[in-house]
Design a protein around this ligand. Sequence first.
Ligand code: HEC
Ligand code: HEC
Length: 420
Amino acid sequence: MSKSLNLFAPALGGTALIVGVAYGISTKNYGAQTIENLEAQLASSQAGAETASAKVQAADAEITELMAERDALEAAVASGGGLTQPAPASDAPFNLGREALPEEVAAWDVDVLPDGRGLPVGSGDVWTGEEVFVEQCASCHGDFAEGSGNWPVLAGGFGTLADEDPVKTVGSYWPYLSTAFDYINRSMPFGAAGTLSADDTYAIVAYILYSNDMVDDDFVLSNETFLDVEMPNAGGFVLDDRAELEYAHWSAEPCMSDCKETVEITMRASVVDVTPETEEEASAEHSMAEPETETEMAAEAPQEAEVVEAAADPALIEAGQGVFRQCQSCHEIGAGASDRTGPQLNGIIGRTIGGVDGFRYSNVFKDAAETGDVWTAEALDAYLADPRAAMPGTKMSFRGLRNPEDYAALLAYLQSAGAE
Ligand code: HEC
Ligand code: HEC
């Protein structure tokens, strides 16, 4: 196309010129004056033709450049990403681009839905997940997915959703496991999104489930086991039906006068005592619920002897160390142990409840410390089975030991590792 334009353009200029001259000579033969005019006309026609030809040359150069660019793009499309042929141009009104190839659509279409649609074939186990996680994620999310600095916490937070400061994690908050897979697959590791293989992503998600105490350490997550996982907060979300259910109610004409026939005062707030007047009163009320629990807890020391005996068994201690993984994101134990999110746990049996100096306990623990009660094996069992029930208001965000059998092993470990 550019070639024909190239040849045609000067020819057009030349033809116009010749016609002009022939016309001047044959029809306007009136003398020197006229001939001078004609010569001037001829000169200006020639100048015009030169400008036109320069323009045509510039356009021609531009066309050649665009064609080279198109050839390069076509070559790139043909060789890149396993694409074999460019699709035919579409008949869209602008005639720009082409329809995406199935391969191209597939490369974009990576979302995974709650019902498992979109999951790639693959699998990964907890221990592989731990390796990958420690390598690629722990710098920001902590070794146990407990978060590091201000980076998001991915595990724990159970039972905190109704708190003033809820800890929303994959375990405590997310209703669908598919969100974890999809999100990690698309956007993590932060700064290197899209680099994880399907198997690694399965393994990481398995490890996050394990860190949330939702699966055992031999768990393997795959496209086949994916739907078996029950998310603890799956029932915590509801469809927003306020438009149907509440809007009519709240947008009804409000009653502004004589809305009730008779008004009767049945009680006053100060009598019912729902408005504490001072701060101390407020916190005293807060801890009112717990004395019973504590007496209950302190009363049951005898069992301790049995468990202490069991503590001598090295296999049990080792098993207990495994159980302690659930605690070690918050607690240290052993020589040089210091307080982290939770207090250090050395010599815990027999130690004053809430008794570590300098640790900032919740009110329920501060009050317990004042009574001087100590941890018995039994009290600890009750606390670890259901922290919030045993010590209402505790800030230990741990939802409790899942398997009661784990307790003996854990206790054996706590006693052996924390012996001072
Ligand atoms: C360089 C730091 C960094 C690394 C490494 C990293 N992340 Fe993240 N991660 C973040 C940040 C920052 C966010 C919050 C992003 C946002 O809110 O947009 C986040 C968010 C997340 C979330 C969502 C948390 C929530 O509750 O909203 C998950 C799940 C997650 N990351 C998993 C991973 C996994 C798995 C890896 C390793 C493959 C990883 N991250 C590596 C920084 C990092
Ligand atoms: C998410 C962090 C977290 C996890 C996980 C956790 N704890 Fe705690 N723990 C705490 C905090 C915080 C406190 C202080 C409680 C308070 O002040 O209400 C605490 C308190 C305790 C106490 C009381 C200590 C004292 O000085 O009276 C014991 C015992 C304890 N935890 C044991 C455990 C054990 C055993 C596990 C694992 C099975 C565990 N915790 C898991 C954060 C945690």
